[in-house]
Design a protein around this ligand. Structure first.
Ligand code: ADP
Ligand code: ZN
Length: 210
């Protein structure tokens, strides 16, 4: 099963991707995490992406398309995968189609901009492994410490309110048209983001099985 998770930044794609990945036993591919990793290790791609990312802008299509091509060619993707944060533009979706990769389901997680602004301020990520947490909705067992790797939990630079506004604008302009794109292919399921991770997961699993 090849699945795409769509939704605004902060709609919960990353969290849901982790859960579904465990349930279906297929890998999650998060372009955001791959780019952040490249940034940390200081690769050329990371350097190219840095300024865009920190300003809440999209990294150029050719960069992310290259990343995805390389990642999807790996063995662990052959039985299916979950894409979290890709595609984010029509050209990215077209590139995926051109790679000859068949997408089975596209799940769009809907959350209002207002709710997103609220959520993002509480979001924390593990500095080491990238796992995401929330000071209210998804607390780690020990404050400030990652449950899975004991790394430190930090706020991402691009989770600051002004940057979140910019990211939402980019989302509405560039990414939202993908709903139509996949609806026309008969692949889109819309799920309303719920107040708890578990209830959103339940809706997503139902949509996947439908
Ligand atoms: P979120 O889903 O919370 O917005 P991500 O971690 O998916 O965050 O992405 C963070 C940033 O990484 C984006 O704002 C953008 O700069 C860059 N990025 C990630 N995926 C893509 C993509 N498919 N196309 C362009 N830029 C991307
Ligand atoms: Zn961790």
């Amino acid at each position: 099963m090849n699945i795409i998770l769509l939704g605004a930044p902060g709609a919960g794609k990353g969290t849901q991707a982790e859960v579904i990945c465990d349930r279906l036993n297929i890998p999650t591919i998060s372009t955001g995490n791959i780019i952040r990793e490249a940034l940390k290790t200081g690769t050329e791609m990371g350097l190219k992406a840095k300024s865009f990312m920190e300003a809440g802008q999209l990294v150029p299509d050719e960069v992310v398309i290259g990343i995805i091509k390389e990642r999807l060619a790996k063995d662990d993707c052959q039985n299916g995968f979950i894409l979290d944060g890709f595609p984010r533009t029509i050209p990215q979706a077209e590139a995926l189609d051109k790679m000859g990769i068949e997408i089975n389901k596209v799940i769009d997680i809907e959350v209002s901009d207002e709710a997103i602004m609220k959520r993002m301020s509480g979001r924390r990520v593990c500095e080491k492994c990238g796992a995401s947490y929330h000071v209210e909705y998804k607390r780690p067992a020990k404050d400030g410490v990652c449950d899975s790797c004991a790394g430190a939990l930090v706020q991402r630079k691009d989770d600051h309110p002004d940057t979140v506004k910019a990211r939402l604008e980019v989302y509405h302009n560039e990414t939202e048209p993908l709903k139509d794109y996949y609806d026309r292919q008969g692949k889109l399921s819309v799920v309303e983001g719920q107040d708890t991770v578990e209830s959103t997961t339940a809706l997503i699993l139902k949509a996947i099985e439908a």
